[in-house]
Design a binder for this molecule. Structure first.
Ligand code: LLP
Length: 420
């Protein structure tokens, strides 16, 4: 369910026509719906009621501070993987005690920053990281809350590049190592051992791998308690998929929550989750204009958006629905849809059936609110795509377009070229 629909023939985000946004801010641009963001958070959170769970939105999916603040006001925490993401979450008003810090390559400076910030939990991914963190904590005279990230050796996810839970993936430690590491951390007076964490992949469309991973987590927690070692939290990660096109819908949050209740029935432990895509994907679109049509047996539509603005089709062969901003009943025809960048990878889709398109037409890439703007770049010396947040009949440019002239202020000639 989302809040992008045709009204009177015009594709709208809530009560605002996408065409009006395009006129005001130009294209390409990302447009997010507050109502969809809030609804997805509420649906996910309430699926677990009355259990008191921490829903830490995965900032990597959409890091705009207006999006984060929208979710923070609903009570969401933040799952972060860099100091930058922690800074964004704090700026958006996420309380430190709702921030989770994960990632395999946290630097010493980042760990120190997280410790000083007093985040809810640092998810430790290796023995070496645990040792570094203990040293930092000792030096700073703090006792950070930690969880050990388990690699349960369960494969899942919509694409091999976004699967994280197989034994040979770079994430976490094996279940056996996790037990040893957790016991060791518990003995360390510089660390506050709270629990274990897991995340097996993204765009997961089937509950069974998640259930298998969660069963591993429960049995590890039981083993620890059996040995008299206290454990109060399990972080179950993100990963629930969203519908990108006409295929069977992924499991609803209610089914996911029912599975979680099944796995953890009769087991008293605090749970947290790190959903990204399922909160933000359907809450955003990328709007773009047709620059030109190339006359071919199958016409090529060249847009003003490119792979630098939405890279998912280029790197994951991802499918995004494309809708014209003006509704029409005209018969569809097959098109290739591309951007202006100088490589064939800058192709959004081939042989897609779309209503007739003409130069200047506005289109929207659907389901682009997660892993869209955050993965955008300035490749081909293009401006960085702006972001707009809609609420009811209002909209605001929440990240302005970063024009090339501004980008150029970061660069300079070295003295030997100036001298010439
Ligand atoms: N927690 C951890 C530790 C993660 O690594 C991720 C995603 C999440 C939570 C959130 O997962 P979600 O609920 O969004 O599935 N760029 C890719 C997706 C990469 C996901 C990486 N990790 C894409 O565009 O599909």
């Amino acid at each position: 369910m989302n809040h992008f629909e045709y009204r009177g023939g015009a594709l709208c985000c809530e009560d605002v026509k996408l065409a009006d946004i395009a006129d005001a801010v130009g294209t390409p641009a990302y447009v997010y719906s507050t109502a969809t963001l809030e609804r997805h958070y509420d649906v996910f959170r309430s699926a677990f009621a009355p259990r008191d769970v921490l829903v830490a939105f995965a900032v990597k999916a959409n890091a705009n501070i207006a999006v984060l603040a929208t979710l923070a006001r609903k009570g969401a925490g933040a799952d972060t993987v860099s100091q930058g993401e922690i800074e964004r979450a704090l700026k958006a008003g996420v309380p430190p005690d709702k921030i989770i810090f994960s990632g395999v390559g946290k630097t010493e400076a980042e760990l120190a920053f997280a410790v000083q910030t007093g985040v809810h939990q640092i998810n430790v991914e290796s023995i070496a990281e645990l040792e570094t963190l203990a040293r930092i904590a000792w030096a700073l005279k703090k006792k950070p809350a930690i969880a050990i990230r388990v690699n349960p050796d369960v494969g899942a996810g919509g694409h091999e590049k976004i699967s994280t839970g197989k034994g040979d993936a770079k994430f976490g430690v094996s279940p056996e190592q996790a037990l040893a590491l957790y016991a060791r951390a518990t003995d360390d007076k510089n660390l506050d051992s709270k629990g274990l964490a897991v995340h097996i992949g993204s765009q997961i469309r089937d509950l069974s791998p998640l259930e298998a991973a969660f069963r591993v987590m429960r049995s590890l927690a039981e083993k620890l308690r059996g040995e008299g070692i206290a454990i109060e939290r399990l972080d179950l990660g993100g990963g629930l998929g969203v519908p990108y096109f006409n295929e069977p819908d992924p499991p609803a949050p209610a089914e996911y929550a029912a599975m979680v209740e099944r796995v953890f029935a009769g087991f008293d432990i605090k749970l947290s989750f790190e959903p990204g895509r399922m909160i933000a994907a359907n809450a955003g679109v990328l709007i773009a204009r047709v620059v030109r049509l190339q006359d071919r047996p199958r016409p090529i539509v060249v847009l003003d958006a490119a792979m630098n603005d939405l890279i998912r089709p280029a790197i994951y062969d991802a499918y995004h629905g494309i809708k014209p901003a003006r509704e029409t009943n005209a018969p569809k025809q097959a098109y290739d849809v591309v951007g202006p960048i100088c490589e064939t990878g800058d192709t959004f889709t081939r042989n897609r059936m779309l209503p007739p398109l003409e130069e200047g037409d506005l289109v929207a890439f659907m389901t682009a609110g997660a892993y869209g703007a955050v993965m955008a770049s300035t490749y081909n010396a293009r401006a960085l795509v702006p972001e707009v947040l809609v609420r009811g009949d209002r909209f605001e440019l929440v990240r302005r377009r970063w024009e090339v002239a501004e980008q150029l202020t970061l660069e300079k000639l070295p003295p030997w070229l100036e001298e010439a």
